[in-house]
Design a protein around this ligand. Structure first.
Ligand code: ATP
Length: 224
């Protein structure tokens, strides 16, 4: 098979289909658990390429998202140094809501014959059947799922806690092994919005370069 032009140089894909991952999210902002999840996907799935896709119009989030240019820049800072990773702006450029089914269809056309993986956290797996055209998503990609804590609200900042129960999920999925990281973007935004919030504490939640970006651009100053 002729490798896709974006396939990493030297990848030994001659005997198997290219493995392409898609990791979508609001990334408002990208945090340390997102990064750990991307690393786990790259290594455990043996991905040749991982597309990181900040969402455009999130049909399932009522909150107005931070402008896409900031979320894209922060993704570049959070994930840009990971090997075989592409920060992909197609969803923020697309008119209308961002549907994973559309993005997977496009990726499938760009990497003909590739094996597609959709990387997500347990909360999204539990909500999966509310996704638009979810059977199409399932037909196109293997779901690769990381555990997530039950408490993912504004005060979710500790690395302990109970994990979401996936035993009732009647969908095929593959588990990604990673420590339970009780971080959410909601908690990051809440932290920054507090009257006194040190940037050193912020760097526990998000990569340092993202923490600096948030400060420089005065993001998330208003309480959520
Ligand atoms: P918010 O708090 O604003 O809802 P979030 O922290 O859930 O955001 P998203 O950008 O919505 O982050 O998530 C993108 C993807 O990353 C989703 O599949 C989500 O399940 C996953 N994810 C986010 N945080 C974690 C985490 N701590 N552990 C595992 N997966 C996570």
């Amino acid at each position: 098979m002729t490798p896709h032009p974006e396939a990493p140089q030297g990848a030994d894909t001659a005997d198997r289909p290219l493995r392409v991952g898609m990791f979508g999210g609001a990334f408002d902002p990208p945090h340390r658990a997102h990064r750990t999840l991307a690393e786990a996907a790259l290594t455990q799935l043996g991905l040749d390429v991982l597309h990181i896709l900040p969402t455009g119009q999130a049909w399932h989030k009522s909150r107005v998202l931070t402008p896409a240019e900031h979320r894209l820049s922060m993704c570049q800072l959070a994930f840009g140094d990971l090997p075989n990773t592409r920060i992909d702006s197609r969803e923020v450029r697309r008119q209308g809501p961002s549907y994973t089914a559309d993005t997977l269809q496009e990726l499938g056309a760009e990497y003909p014959g590739a094996e597609l993986f959709l990387v997500l956290g347990a909360d999204q797996l539990l909500a999966f059947k509310s996704w638009v055209r979810w059977p199409e998503v399932l037909a196109q990609a293997t779901l690769a799922v990381a555990k997530r804590a039950t408490q993912i609200g504004a005060d979710a900042v500790h690395d302990d806690g109970e994990e979401m129960d996936l035993s009732g999920v009647d969908l095929p999925f593959r588990r990604l092994a990673m420590p339970l990281k009780n971080i959410s973007a909601t908690a990051v935004r809440a932290h920054v919005g507090q009257p006194v919030s040190g940037s050193s504490e912020l760097a526990v939640l998000v990569p340092e370069a993202v923490a600096s970006y948030i400060s420089q651009h005065s993001l998330y100053q208003k309480p959520p």
